[in-house]
Each structure stands twice: as C-alpha cells, then as structure tokens.
Design a protein around this ligand. Structure first.
Ligand code: PSV
Ligand code: MN
Ligand code: MN
Length: 431
C-alpha cells in the first residue's frame, strides 16, 4: 500500500505520546470497570468505526459571498484522494470516499479505482449534481432539474443520474445520493403537488437503472437555494418518496438540513423504525446548512443521534447499517484538520453511545424516574473517551494525535509547493 505520510514519522509521533496515553487509558479502564464496562470491547468497537469523506470537503469551501482558498489545495480528483488518504492514515477511521459528479468525473474510472485501492481507499455512495449548470449542457436547471417544467431538462437530469450510477459501478460504489435544490422562490411560482409528481416520475427512471445491490439515498433539505418551497424539504416527503419508489430507496439525513431546534434524533428514530434510514451527512450548524465541523456546535445532539442508532442496532441487529459520511465546508480552517477532527468527533459520539447503560435506562423509563433516565444519558455523554479513541488509532497504526502529527510532518507546506493555486479548485460553492 502507498502511504502518503512516511509511516516511520507516524510511529515516532506515537512513541513520544505512548506513555501518557497508556496512563490515561489505564485510569479510564479503572473508572469503566467500576461501572461494569470493559474498555477493551469499546476500543475494538472504536477500531471498527468508519465514516466516509466527501471529496469536495478537502478543498476550501466558501460562502455565497466569497471563497478564500488555502494553499496546497487539491486540483483534481487524484489529489483529493491523496488528501483523503492522509486523513485515513492519521485517523484510521475514513477508508471510504464519496465522489461528486461531474466535479470528480474520472477520465479513466478503472485507473481511479486502482489509485484509490493503492491508497487503501474505496468508494462510498456517489453524488449527482443537477443543482448547477455545466459547461456545454443543453438544458438549464435554472428552474429545476428532476422537477423542471421542461421535459427535456428533466430527462437530462435523469440521464446524468444514470451516468453517475454507471461511473459509480465502475468504481465499486454501491449507492447513489440524490439531492436536488429544486423548489420555488415565490408563492405561485410552482404547483407544489405537481412538482413532487414530476420528481417522483423522474426518480422512477433513475431507480429503474439501479443495480440490484445498490441503494438510492434521498437527501432532504429545508431550504436553499429555493427560499419559499423546496420540493424535498423534510424527512416526511423524503420518507413518502422512498416508500413510493421501493426497497432500494432510503432517506439520508444531513444534520444541517433542518430548522433550528428540530429534534433530529427523533427523525432518526422514526426512519429507523420504518426501515428507511439510509445514512447520514454529518456536520454541525447554528442557524442553517452551515456545514461546520461535526460536534463543534452541539456535540450533545450528535451523541443523541448515536444513542438512537445504538438502540436501533440492538433492536434490528446486523441488518441495520446506515451509511455514515461527513458533509462539511471548511472556510477558515485547513480542510484536512477539520475533517480529521470531525471524523474523531463522530467516532466519539459512537463510542459514548455504546457507554449508555441500556438496562438501567429502560428500568428508569419503566419506573417513570425521569431524573435518573436523563442522568443515565448524561453520564455516558460526560465520559471522556479520548483515551479509547487514541488507543484505537495507535493500535490501527494511525496517529495518537492526528492534527499534531499532520502539523509535524508538514504535509500542507509540501503540497503548497507542489500544487500552485488554481481558481475554483474545491469544486464546491455555497452548497
Ligand atoms: C446540499 O446542501 C448538500 O448537503 C448535498 O449533500 C450536496 O450534494 C452537497 O451539499 C454538496 O456540497
Ligand atoms: Mn449533504
Ligand atoms: Mn448541505
């Protein structure tokens, strides 16, 4: 395998931190043992955790006002893969990459597949893009894509999705994520029911092209770019569409795609209960689709989402395996550092949720002991599982402190020299 960062540098970094980590780990093992929990089981669990990286997240994002590119940004899909490989090498938690077409369209899919493999990466769900016009495109998406009044624009959008499936198939992907910005900016602009009928009609055409072992993820979003009515605005619409389309259609929950204060963990519980929870785009937000680093604003919400996932996994067994992916935009941080920290935060919530004493919790719920039920969750959430995560990384050959290691090896400075700036390198705008 081609390691992007010299493995001996990672080992040197770990050697320096090893003694402190072992002391912290032993202390936490003692605390957990008094609670009847085995730290080794939790460490194994952490080692098995994976969250996919968004190819578009390794470049600096932007807002609707400006983009301030960083140095050494990846200029093509191969360079994006190299950055993703660094994140995976140092966190040990991100061996999957989610591509976005046409931004990441490879000239030679087989070569890209081989390159990813040599870097220890494989491809998660592929994403279509009908929220932007592309150069040379015959029909505009200005007034919608899968829901457009123009039958030709709808057909073009359907064909693009089918092309994404074909590319994904060659890359070993097993899923297609469909997010459309379609909707209306003004009351009266569009017939609300008619738009959804056209959406379903278009989606049936895409669904029919899905290979047998693929899933289609329907991603809802409350608003933006449509500011009055978005066609797939909420989980209810997403759920109804997934039910209508069939078994292979599932709902994808992007944490940022809800009104502030929405109880997202309850949405997760509902979708899991009815077998339609397909996966996640993790990020954090304060106001809207802010795409901030996972766990940076409301880590308790992230924990509560994983608490529902742990409950669903217990009820449904191994058949329950939603896809985990990050979907973030990094405007003022180094994208590699943000993605590494975010992967660790999502992994942290996963391990904290595994700490919840579910038998005690069920007992408190049964007895209507509200205070102790709430405290049972808080106790797990307050537990600092950092030594477990660091130990999992060290045992997997990743870095005890991924960001510190990344800074020490000077990857960004090296790339700044190798990759002179090129406008629009991230492939992502305000979405
Ligand atoms: C839309 O806001 C979104 O969350 C969808 O997942 C897109 O594919 C992604 O952002 C692109 O930036
Ligand atoms: Mn998303
Ligand atoms: Mn989004």
């Amino acid at each position: 395998m081609d390691y992007v960062i010299n493995t001996s540098l990672v080992q040197q970094h770990n050697a320096v931190l090893r003694a402190d980590l072992e002391a912290d780990y032993a202390a936490l093992a003692g605390t957990l043992a008094r609670r009847g929990q085995d730290i080794e089981k939790l460490t194994t669990l952490a080692q098995g955790f994976q969250v996919a990286l968004p190819s578009w997240g390794v470049g600096t994002g932007g807002t609707r006002f400006a983009r301030f590119p960083g140095v050494g940004e990846p200029r093509n899909v191969e360079e994006k893969l190299a950055d993703c490989a660094v994140i995976n090498q140092l966190t040990g938690a991100t061996p999957l990459v989610s591509l976005h077409f046409p931004w990441d369209k490879p000239s030679d899919p087989k070569a890209l597949f081989e390159r990813a493999k040599s870097l220890g990466l494989s491809f998660d769900a592929v994403n279509s893009n009908t929220f932007q016009d592309q150069a040379g495109q015959a029909h505009t998406y200005k007034y919608g894509s899968l829901t457009a009044m123009s039958a030709a624009a709808r057909e073009q959008a359907v064909q693009h999705n089918i092309e994404c499936i074909e590319l994904g198939r060659q890359l070993g992907s097993k899923g297609l994520t469909v997010w459309v910005g379609d909707g209306a900016n003004f009351p009266g602009q569009s017939n609300l029911r008619g738009a959804l009928e056209r959406y379903l009609d278009s989606m049936r055409g895409i669904y029919a092209a899905l290979p047998a072992d693929w899933l289609m993820y329907i991603e809802h979003k409350l608003f933006e770019p449509a500011f009055y009515a978005t066609t797939i605005a909420d989980w209810g619409t997403s759920f109804a569409c997934a039910q209508t389309l069939g078994e292979k259609a599932k709902c994808l929950v992007d944490l940022g795609h809800h009104a502030p204060n929405t109880n997202i963990e309850m949405i997760v519980a509902r979708l899991a209960q009815f077998g339609k929870l397909g996966g996640f785009h993790f990020n954090d937000s304060k106001y809207g689709d802010d795409d901030l680093d996972s766990g940076s604003i409301d880590p308790f919400q992230l924990f509560l989402v994983f608490n529902e996932l742990a409950d669903a996994a217990l009820r449904d067994g191994p058949a329950f395996k939603p896809a985990y992916m990050l979907d973030q935009s990094h405007n003022v941080t180094d994208p590699i550092e943000s993605l590494m920290s975010s992967a660790v935060e999502v992994q942290r919530a996963y391990v904290q949720a595994a700490l919840v004493d579910r038998i005690a919790l069920a007992g408190f719920q049964e007895a209507n002991d509200v205070h102790q039920a709430a405290q049972t969750l808080k106790r797990a959430f307050r537990t600092d599982v950092s030594p477990i995560l660091a130990m999992a990384r060290m045992r997997s050959g990743a870095a005890v402190d991924p960001v510190a290691c990344y800074r020490t090896v000077g990857y960004r400075a090296q790339k700044a020299a190798e990759r002179p700036a090129k406008a629009g390198a991230s492939g992502s705008g305000i979405v």
